[in-house]
Design a protein around this ligand. Structure first.
Ligand SMILES: O=C(O)CCC(=O)C(=O)O
Length: 306
């Protein structure tokens, strides 16, 4: 596969490559960039995608992530977990709630090469631009922890200000779970047929997906008309035995990038940057404060980088 892609790319002009969607960023700035894209392509096997449902639109990609990619994301997250939050339906503010009892943290977009490659692969699969995605949230569910039925599209206007509604979600399973932790769509048109006792009771309550390390679930929260799809209601079932690790990428209708300072401008993007820098955050939290060449951090001035 890798060799074939290489030879196709070598023979094609950029405009020809544009007709081959996986190569939509065909303006390879360097050989290295080409290799990176090639790796994205060779690590994504479209024949391993199963259509689960049309109402809601839901698809499962088997072996979407390698074991080492799963382990890497867990490693990045495991010392930084905090109680998960939900968006309040009226104010849109993040609040703690019994509805969602996992713990988690957000990685930085393009935090490192592995994360960046996974984000490229998500864009290649969904045909949705990378810039429309939020940063990946890594989640850990321990015994009994769950996310009760909810929609991923928002009910408040504040959370739609940047990028509009969430159109799709890619949920990546980073671990196997002994029992429970299934993702279930209770309002789906089909329930996926009979289920044996390897499923939890919650897992049996609708169209269910068992967490399997490396697999990824893609579902759309909006219809192609951009209206919310109530059938996209979904739940993360309580873990009955074992532990569940997952990583979520929410993708919006439009760009989710905050307007960046013009190039050359040396500013802090948050009033608290100087205070955080004084507490040593430039060293402790470089991904946010300093960033990477592709995704400059929010406090480069306070960290004395420009
Ligand atoms: O973990 C799951 O199965 C569901 C997670 C979920 O619904 C979400 O992160 O929006």
């Amino acid at each position: 596969m890798r060799a074939r892609m290489g030879s196709i790319a070598a023979k094609c002009s950029c405009s020809m490559l544009l007709t081959f969607p996986i190569y939509s960023s065909c303006i390879f700035s360097s050989k290295l960039e080409f290799r990176r894209i090639e790796q994205v392509v060779s690590n994504f096997d479209p024949t391993a995608v199963i259509q689960l449902s049309w109402k809601p639109r839901a698809f499962l990609a088997k072996r979407f992530l390698t074991d080492s990619e799963c382990d890497h994301m867990i490693q990045l997250a495991k010392d930084k977990l905090e109680e998960s939050m939900v968006a309040d339906n009226e104010s849109g503010k993040s609040v703690k709630s019994d509805i969602r009892t996992s713990s988690g943290m957000f990685l930085m977009k393009g935090q490192d090469e592995v994360v960046s490659r996974i984000e490229d692969r998500i864009a290649a699969w969904t045909f949705l631009p990378k810039e429309n995605g939020e940063s990946i949230q890594v989640l850990r569910y321990q015994y009994g922890q769950k996310y009760e039925p909810h929609f991923d599209y928002f009910h408040d206007k504040n959370n739609q200000a940047l990028g509009g509604h969430r159109i799709a979600t890619v949920l990546m399973y980073l671990s196997d779970v002994v029992k429970g932790g299934e993702t279930v769509f209770p309002s789906a048109e089909h329930d996926g047929g009979p289920k044996d006792d390897s499923w939890s009771d919650c897992g049996k309550s609708g169209l269910g997906v068992k967490p399997k390390k490396g697999d990824a679930l893609l579902f759309f929260s909006l219809h192609p008309s951009a209206e919310p799809d109530p059938m996209s209601l979904h739940t993360g079932c309580p873990v009955v035995e074992g532990e569940k690790w997952s990583a979520t990428k929410w993708i919006h209708v439009g760009s989710f990038e905050k307007p960046r300072p013009k190039s050359g401008e040396c500013v802090n993007e948050d009033d608290k940057c100087e205070e955080w820098a004084a507490y040593g955050e430039c060293k402790k939290n470089p991904a946010y404060m300093v960033g990477t060449p592709d995704w400059p951090g929010a406090c480069r001035k306070a960290c004395k980088l420009c």
